[in-house]
Design a protein around this ligand. Sequence first.
Ligand code: 26W
Length: 837
Amino acid sequence: MSENAPAHHIAHSREERHPLAKAPVTAPPNTVDGFVKQFLDNLNFGQGVALSASGVNDQYLALARTVRDYLMARWLETVRRQLVSQAKGVCYLSAEYLLGRQLGNSLLATGLEDVAAEALAECGIDIADLRAQEVEPGLGNGGLGRLAACFIDSLATMSVPSIGYGIRYEYGIFRQTFEDGQQVEKPDRWLSMGSPWEFPHPEAAQTISFGGRTEQYDDDGVTRTRWIPDWDVLAIPYNYMVPGYLNGRVNTLRLWSAQATKAFDLRIFNAGDYAEAVRAQTFAENISKVLYPEDSTPQGKELRLQQQYFFAAASIADFLDVVLPPDYDLTKLPDRAIFQLNDTHPVIAVPELMRQLVDVRGLEWEQAWEITQGCFAYTCHTLLPEALEVWSVDLLGRLLPRHLEIIYRINEEFLAAVRERYGDDELRVRNMSIIGEHPERSVRMAHLATVASVKVNGVAELHSQLLREKVLHDFHEFYPGKFTNVTNGITPRRFLRLANKSLSELITDALGPGWVTDLDRLRELETYAEDPEFRERFAEVKASNKRRLNRVLLERDGLEVDDTHMLDVMVKRLHEYKRQMLKLLHIVTLYDGIVSGRVPISEVTPRTFIFGAKAAPGYRIAKDIIHLINKVGSVVNADPAVEGRLKVLFPPNYNVTLAERIIPAADLSEQISLAGKEASGTGNMKFALNGALTIGTDDGANVEIRQLVGDDHFFLFGMTEPEVEELAAKGYVPSDFYRADPNLRSAIDLIASGAFSGGDRSVFEPVISNLLYNDRFMVLADYAAYIAAQERVDAAYADADTWTRSAILNVARCGFFSSDRSMRDYIDRIWHTPPSF
Ligand code: 26W
């Protein structure tokens, strides 16, 4: 701490010395000329090139720095006010942030979109070409990472004191390519051209230790414990701006990067073993090297636990040492900070805060535990039992011996309280214990999080209910009042205003611009849904978004979108529970109907199906399904019998940037997970807010979307969660469904026959057997209902004007899904951190 004096204390004394240093930092003039000047300065002085000699990447970097310059004064002011006020703030701890491109969002937040475009045009540059240069930071897998990015956007826009903490992975989520239809992963070198959005602060590094042992010692008659670790790494913070929308506020996202503690080990170096010295360095720096691409299936890898502790410990230390003033009375910490745990990935922060309070700062255990229990809140993002993280005691004890002791003591006291309440109900004690015994002794991170937190929340009503009634039922009984729901949301800035400019302009024409930060105002569109002229304009917006998507996919992947087709879209991670296979069986059924002559081609609604999905690299069946989708696509797209009425497109490397293009063009949103498996979903919200109708099960936030938009404007199908349970209890036999339904049988047989694999029946045999003899997620049981619902979709789509009316009502009624509302719910129910300025 002492060698690492807080930045704000240094700053105050320096400011006195020169009058200019006292003047507030100001933004460049908000004019085209001012922008041109700043852009050219950044190009010349920042990039070291003349405009005439500059390449498009130079220009992109200079533009990014220019926009950054406009945000800088606000950022410094936000940081200053936050330090002065010492108001209670949120520390959002997340292993993932799926940010998307930064330039567009920064232009939007500063209101500089038009000024910048004009300024660049005056320099002979098309701003769109520069925006296309940016490689998005893909520092997340899917829903959980994107949610974190939406939340920090809302917190900044709502002026809530907050900081996001995470990991600056050198390689984000892999870049997906297809080779002969199969997924091949390529490293995501997002930093290779340099990132203009980050500010490294090596002077504010934290040292993070690992391994070793603990020992007890006598401290003036008190027995204390100290940890004698055997290796350490530096955590270097990189700050990123999180600009609020047109509100003059810029919050901070602080991502940690690992660096070896000494450039290389001098001792070894002097002994002449240069290679060994460099190896040690590489070892340390591996910690923040790569994002784990597993989504929902924890691998229990040591490096992953290292990552988790690395960022959790660095963030806790940063908050205690740098954000809090010196001599802060730590018993007041719960009034100053709430650490929000984005799933279990940062939960090791709990024993780390205990260690800081007890071992480092000398507080009594009881007092420290009281503080800790007031500072954490936990969001669970899953229902799949296999996705609940556990760490083997063996591994955790080797890497973090002191933390394991702390966890044991927390558990001991917790179980004593459980026994006190229920007597010796040992079954209950075993079920609730933070330590599990099978298949090996391990720490259940969700239990630790629940015990330590002020509040535990699920991410949609149904999910929270299932947490209370099933996954964490005993805890709900033990801690009534601890459990709550906060339904997820999405930021309307990125997913409506930025991604769908034409729809935004239409809405603003009708309602004025206020809806961007007050999404409930979209309700006022309900009356416009009855206006034929408005419907016509809305339909034209959708058509123009399809044409834009066509241009994007043509350039990106050589794929053609027919803008006269219904656009039927399923984009999300590839996972069995999400049931891309069900969508595929629908496509194969349509194709089979045409080629077998059972269905006259004239009766088939022209549809283009778009898939976007990455599979975890080790998830065999998921990769087989990707392969199958691609193969079905090649056959269907090339078969003259379908006369271009069915098209299957699967652009590779689905990411935030592509989502921003696909979602606004969609007519139909596929949200077809098995009921009770998708915690919330957030793609579902993005589609509805962009005027796509949903075909979906009663799962996750679909339930709330349907309640809000109304049954007439949502295509519901499939078993409910209790029906799923019932079928599972009586014994689900997928092959019974196969035998009973001729369409289903025919579709499956067609795949099994090798029709999509050049006659080779073995290629998709694993997928077929998995469906017929396992089908964990009951695809076959919901098939008939899904096909029937798709027929209702066709019928509805045939009446274009009524469809458009439904689409408008979807937009009008989904204001609830703004992440601003989610943040209000967190603030009211969990954080109690009012907006500041
Ligand atoms: C490697 C272990 C692991 C386990 C779980 C990695 C990642 C996870 C996440 C919890 C997976 C995830 O992204 N869950 C999604 O979170 C979204 C935001 O709340 C929800 O909308 C999705 O329904 C949920 O699947």
